[in-house]
Design a protein around this ligand. Structure first.
Ligand SMILES: *Cc1c(COP(=O)(O)O)cnc(C)c1O
Length: 511
């Protein structure tokens, strides 16, 4: 903290104190935002966290007069303090442009008493586009600022959506290569087709014979494999991450919560300062953590509803204080939430320990060794702002159908999990605060599950034919993201075992 203040004064920016980033696991070396973005993961395997959370320095009324890009600047400048105004504005201009199919970037849609924050209007029709559209710009600027001469190798594990969004974002970006691992049998057919048809000389997609947790832990292992990174260094390569372990993913995600609030204020749905609830369909705990940070920065958020599917490890944690991944991994109709080890929870745990990296590291070590840890009663008090629940696949399908029958609005299965959890919350507690539900994917990305939920016959029809029918039923045109992969050739036909991930990296980089 002392160091941060000193730097702030030194740069003549007394009013805007520099934010530095340190590891959740004890590595005391503080790095700047751009360095944290370049590295992805801290060297000790921990996640980078800001040394303090700055407060929003515009009023809510001021935010209500801003468009998405202005909001993005006002939020991101507070956490990415070593970027100049010009650099940051340039990244934002390049990210939030015509790639989105609506000028609102993240429109709010009211249906059945809740506000759906549609985060799927970007290039790959999932909310991952919100952050991944800007990450390559933040990263290439960071490389220049830090005089990095090596080529950046983005290594990514995906439960389906991050992979495509990262591929689309980094394809043919100079000075970068991107390698994506996805669970071969754990993503939707459209998700897989989106990835394996990706163009770009610097891209590679590999299906692993395992589940998402295998892919994610494999990637983390590669990051801290000194032997591999040493050889890469010699050849002029350095790893970084496009997963939500990278703070360059998290920070842009804070923006849309501020934006959602300010739209409600602008419309007169809420008064300035009135608290809203936010429901987030959760997997790796990145999106909901961004909402938590938004609250810490002063956005009036009442309760954060953490919605899980049948892989209800977070629900169990929030209700018992025990995190236990020793259970069956269930493949569901909301595959991007099929996760038993939620990486970003580590950042919350770190805060619950009172920012004590040695205690956080000890809990993470327990998780690694036994698959389980328990937090103390005192730590649990820090979870008071969260409510956890889950929806089964059947409850999710019923929600898709009910909402459609009531309102004509079609949501994807992830969003439906959140909506079903919101129903449970309302039934349990009398809390009629205005509620925003993060709508994380277009229903066209999960066409078959959605059509089945709507009770439509699906036998013998491929996902594209189903998309045509869904377009008629929902009264929305087929997104460009689906149209463009329909006839696209498969360009990536690679598979490996869990143990074969290192070799896949070596082959891709020619090591
Ligand atoms: C990634 C994803 C989620 C989960 O988000 P986290 O930040 O990992 O919690 C939910 N829904 C969809 C559609 C996703 O792609």
């Amino acid at each position: 903290m002392a160091r941060a203040r000193l730097i702030g004064v030194f740069c003549g920016k007394e009013e805007s104190m520099e934010v530095l980033y340190t590891s959740t696991r004890g590595d005391k070396r503080a790095v700047t935002a751009s360095q944290a973005i370049l590295q992805g993961l801290a060297q000790d395997g921990g996640l980078y966290v800001p040394d303090h959370i700055p407060a929003l320095d515009r009023t809510l009324e001021e935010f209500s007069q801003m468009d998405y890009r202005q909001t993005a600047y006002e939020v991101m400048k507070l956490l990415l303090t070593d970027y100049t105004e010009e650099e940051l504005r340039d990244c934002i201009e390049k990210a939030y442009d015509g790639k989105f199919d609506t000028a609102d970037i993240a429109p709010l849609r009211e249906a059945d008493g809740a506000y759906y924050l549609e985060l799927f209007h970007g290039r790959t029709i999932a909310f991952k586009d919100m952050a991944l559209s800007i990450l390559p710009h933040l990263m290439t600027k960071a490389a220049r600022k830090n005089h990095l001469s090596q080529e950046i190798v983005i290594l990514t594990a995906t439960s389906g959506d991050t992979g495509k969004a990262a591929l689309a974002a980094f394809a043919d970006v100079e000075g970068t290569r991107i390698l994506v691992f996805y669970p071969k049998n754990g993503v939707s057919p459209i998700q897989e087709k989106q990835m394996v048809t990706q163009r770009g000389k610097n891209t590679r997609v590999v299906g692993i014979r395992g589940n998402f947790d295998d892919a994610q832990s494999g990637v983390k292992r590669l990051f801290s494999d000194g032997e591999l990174t040493g050889r890469m260094q010699e050849k002029g390569f350095v790893f970084s991450s496009a997963n939500s372990i990278n703070i360059g993913r998290l920070v842009p995600q804070i923006v849309y919560y501020v934006y959602a609030y300010s739209r409600l204020l602008k419309k007169g749905t809420i008064r300035a300062g009135e608290k809203i609830n936010v429901v987030v369909p959760t997997g790796n705990f990145g999106n909901i953590l961004a909402a938590f940070y938004a609250g810490q920065m002063g956005l009036p958020i009442g309760r954060l509803l953490c919605a899980s599917n049948d892989n209800r490890v977070l629900y169990d944690f929030l209700t018992t204080g025990v995190y236990d991944r020793n259970r069956e991994f269930i493949l569901t109709t909301s595959p991007s939430m099929d996760i038993l080890v939620s990486s970003n929870l580590e950042r919350l745990i770190y805060r619950l320990t009172g920012e004590d990296p040695s205690r956080c590291a000890a809990l993470m070590e327990q998780l690694k060794m036994t698959g389980r840890y328990e937090v103390t009663e005192k730590m649990r008090t820090g979870l008071a702002g969260f409510y956890g629940n889950f929806a089964t696949q059947q409850e999710c399908a019923e929600k898709i159908r009910d909402l459609y029958q009531k309102t004509g609005y079609v949501v994807d299965p992830h969003t439906a999990v959140a909506a079903a959890v919101y129903d449970k919350y309302r039934a349990e507690r009398s809390d009629d605060a205005v509620t925003v539900i993060a709508s994380t994917a277009s229903p066209f990305k999960f066409t078959r599950s959605v059509m089945q939920a709507l009770g439509e016959p699906c036998e013998g029809e491929d996902d594209f034919a189903l998309a045509d029918r869904l377009s008629r039923i929902g009264g929305v045109p087929i997104p460009e993201a689906i149209a463009e992969i329909r006839t696209a050739p498969v360009l990536h036909d690679f598979q490996c075992s869990r143990e074969g991930m290192k070799e896949a990296v070596e082959t891709f980089l020619g090591l």
